[in-house]
Design a binder for this molecule. Sequence first.
Ligand code: ATP
Length: 584
Amino acid sequence: MYFLELAEIFEKMEQTTSRLELTNHLVYILKKTTSVIIDKIVYLIQGKLGPDYQSKQLGVADKVVIKSLALASGYSVNEVQIKYNEIGDIGDVAYEILKSKLQTTLFYEKLTIERLYNTLLRISELTGSGSIELKLKYINSLLNNSTNLESKFILKLILGNLRLGIADFTVLDAIAIAFTGDKKNRKILERAYNVSSDLGKIARILFDGSIDEVKSIPISIFVPVRPMLAERASDAEEALKKMNGKMCYAEYKIDGERIQIHKHNNRIELYTRNLENVTNNFSDLVHEIEKINSKDLIAEGEIVSVDLITGRFLPFQSLMHRRRKYNIEDAIKDYPVLLNLFDILYYDNQDKTNLPFSTRRKILEEVLSFKHDKIKLINQKTVAKVEEIDKFMTKAIENGCEGLMIKNPNSTYRAGAREWAWIKLKKEYSNKLLDTIDLVIVGAIFGKGRRVGKYGALLLASYEPDEDTFYTICKVGTGFTDEILDEISKKLKNHIIENKNPRVISGEIKMDVWFEPKIVIETFSPEITLSPIYTTSIDKIKKGYGLALRFPKFTGKIREDKNAEDSTTIKEIENIYKKQLKSI
Ligand code: ATP
């Protein structure tokens, strides 16, 4: 299959503002695909070379791309740079300046998708001296064999700027329709996605095999599993009711970073909640994990910064020092951490996710049967009464925790699911205030007065998982220091788009700038109200009205560990709204 066909679809997708049309384009291209390239095509559609956890980054600098475009077009580097400054996207520059190129190319060999993918993969593997020249050579070989439309998308892929407005769940829908004939099967594919996080692999299995094979994709070491999540309860009474009044576990809820450990003999990898590999940032923990007496292991825990003198857990912000890219060794010395293990998913060559939580906890206790300096079991207690939970909550708060997690002892590990088997209970709930809400930034308006030249307010949205869309919920302009506003603006710069993203449902609202839904921030609001402006739960509670955060405030926390699709869902917002009505 030629890349030109895919580039033509990309072009159509870029111009679409309807999610349905986006899915239809994807279905069309998937149906035309041959078995050899099915996974590659899926990765390219996502603007990637493989699943996220493998982090195959192209790592090509703007400078190299500009130089190769100059070589391919006959323009000088300076001329290309000027055009780039003018247009702002190197792919669009290529489209413009390579318009008349084909007539002058002597050796034109139509570019296949396989060749494009393999060349990009080779580029991603180049490191060290001489790699820049080789990258240049490979990029040029691609540009010399492509039309201006293909060049546009090749360069967007190389710089990671392919913005088709789709996310994993839209691709899952398209795979379900193209290969099973029914969008409803997305639910089945979702389970496979939750244990493999690899859409290319799922598409390949479906293409060559059957949906039953997809159903039985096993969890495997070094393939991070999407984490099981928790529902929220207002107080101990509600949490106990959800456990049918029966005995359950209460655990410290620590405000750190969730980490999944994968171990096979001496190889150890650590993944964050959004499947980023952070092994290098926590080499101190890796040395400790090496001492764990087990050949194979997948376990989960919360990493937290600790004050070595008092032993108290420190707030989440201290942990962020450990996520820096440079001077990692210094950060390891200055910011000691503790890993609190709370679950085990794989052990002794066996998947343990289908065992009840009580059994998994016993296994975890055996695995950690001797004392480790930097690893411990999460503090847990068996509870069956409201008073017991309240007492344990007080102790947790005294020790610097956010609150408690209440867990059903009979529950299996449900990858990627947010259900009542796990319930979070935070100290804020007990004051009848709202919990913090994580929302994705989808637009902005420019500031006035002190904020001239900066963003004055950000348009935020909640997530609707069934449709894979985002609904607006408020504009937030308070809670930002100058530094953090600059940091957020810098992050947003890479995600500015010309028109609203098709997955964002925003009604009539006008913005100065629109963004790809990527950056998630934590907000706080004392109340949820009905609003004729925002679209979250539009028409569901009252015709013509949606739900909105009243007096929203940014808490200062950018949720680096969350993807847009991990934002608070519409269902959660509705639940909070309903609870709030009851408490009046
Ligand atoms: P929040 O913003 O409230 O932390 P979240 O949206 O990040 O919530 P939830 O599933 O709602 O994620 O809450 C569970 C999170 O709490 C886990 O992802 C994990 O990072 C953290 N956590 C802390 N202690 C525990 C524990 N004992 N068991 C499970 N998760 C824990």
